[in-house]
Write a protein of this length. Sequence first.
Length: 140
Amino acid sequence: MTARAGRPWPDDDVILYDGVCVFCSRWVRFVAARDVRARFRFTAIQSPYGNRLAHALGIDANDPDTNAVIHGGIAYFKSDAALTVLTNLPRWRWTRMLLAAPKPLRDAVYNLIAYNRYRIFGRYETCFVPDAALRARVME
């Protein structure tokens, strides 16, 4: 999957993630802690909103193989999604240089982690419940 403009999603700076994946949930907390301007909002693919977004982006909500971010009206997937988020966080803009690595190589690393994420990091029985500060940025 590559960045797509297509019909723009009405909300911007939304991160779609797998809410039962421990690694993915830690990613959300990592971003939220560093996003001092509270630019990004989050939606679990298992939520009604996240499910609609996944469907619109062509992601299988029952077996997601990527996270996604809508930024500037464009949907980014896999390594592009992660780097788009990181390059918009203070003190993480240096990650922009990682975009120089060939996309097939970046996505191969991403796919390796995504494919093994439950086995390596674990899985929640239900979506993780964010704390009060983060809950205001979660779209359900």
